[in-house]
Write a protein that binds this ligand. Structure first.
Ligand SMILES: Nc1ncnc2c1ncn2[C@@H]1O[C@H](COP(=O)(O)OP(=O)(O)O)[C@@H](O)[C@H]1O
Ligand SMILES: [Mg+2]
Length: 274
């Protein structure tokens, strides 16, 4: 197990892609399947979006999810010395190591959820202290913890992570659906990931209506030097689960999409964690 032998430092996976491609479905299902596998000492799912999507996708009741860290004024003031919007000096490296254990919420299969919230542009009023806390926390989570961390990125990857943090990510999964726009966003993310020195970038093709379509998208990605770790079929079960507001994993545990995500998890574990 991690920590006892000292050779493993957990596994840190980011999930990115254009809006609506299936990032949250992939991140939540990967986290729960990984927790069930017993491979990791702990599994922490991180929502980089203040809209609480990841918690719901994991199957955590909304009223248990809690507010994003980026919006906890008192905590931000206590740790950085300035509340969001307050002028004056603030700490760039506030103490954060106790925050995951204090604020993470337990979910199904033992996954814990931390709603980080996002880095915001200080357009109206300076949010610098909030951003400093979020950035420091991400650094801590990705570089210093020794568990499986699955990070659901909503905004661009570059806004949340400095270089020290991005270098700590073992793998960035770029989710792509059949369609020009999502492929273009995927290509942009992949080149950004290279600039940020993220160790590995692999695409997941999601919502393919058949194998031919999956192949077409994969070939396009491979021609752009982006490797593909697997594809997930378009799934009726996912649509039904979404309408019912329950995780696909609970609604239809034998769905083909779940089988596909299991295979992706196996590839990840074999390639990046042994
Ligand atoms: N393989 C799939 N088949 C059918 N619907 C899917 C599939 N993957 C995701 N979806 C649906 O697409 C929508 C967007 O997915 P979501 O995971 O929220 O995307 P993102 O987090 O990238 O914005 C949701 O309604 C989800 O249920
Ligand atoms: Mg999402």
């Amino acid at each position: 197990m991690n920590g006892t032998t000292g050779e493993k430092k957990g596994l840190k996976i980011g999930v990115a892609g254009k809006g609506g491609v299936g990032k949250t479905l992939v991140a939540s299902t990967l986290a729960r399947l990984a927790a069930r596998s017993g491979t990791f000492s702990q599994v922490l799912a991180i929502d980089n979006d203040p809209s609480l999507n990841l918690g719901m996708a994991l199957g955590i009741p909304v009223d248990e999810i809690g507010r994003p860290i980026s919006e906890m004024r008192d905590l931000i003031k206590e740790r950085t010395g300035a509340a969001p919007g307050e002028s004056g000096p603030f700490k760039l490296n506030p103490r954060v190591s106790d925050i995951p254990d204090k604020f993470a919420v337990p979910g199904p299969d033992g996954v814990r959820l931390l709603v980080l919230g996002t880095i915001r542009d200080p357009g109206s009023g300076c949010l610098c202290s909030s951003n400093a806390l979020v950035r420091e926390l991400l650094y801590h989570l990705i570089v210093q913890r020794d568990e499986l961390v699955v990070l659901d990125f909503e905004a661009g990857i570059e806004s949340s992570m400095g270089r020290a943090t991005s270098r700590g990510l073992d793998l960035l999964l770029v989710v792509v659906e059949p369609g020009q726009k999502s492929i273009q966003v995927g290509e942009k993310l992949a080149s950004m990931a290279k600039q940020l020195n993220i160790k590995h970038v692999l695409a997941v093709v999601n919502k393919a209506s058949d194998e031919g379509e999956a192949r077409l998208v994969s070939e396009r990605l491979t021609s752009k030097d982006i490797g593909v770790i697997g594809s997930i079929p378009q799934s009726r079960g996912a649509i039904e689960a979404d309408m019912k507001g329950v995780p696909l994993l609970d609604h239809a545990p034998d769905d083909m999409a779940i089988g596909a995500i299991k295979r992706i998890l196996d590839h990840i574990t074999n390639q990046f964690y042994n």
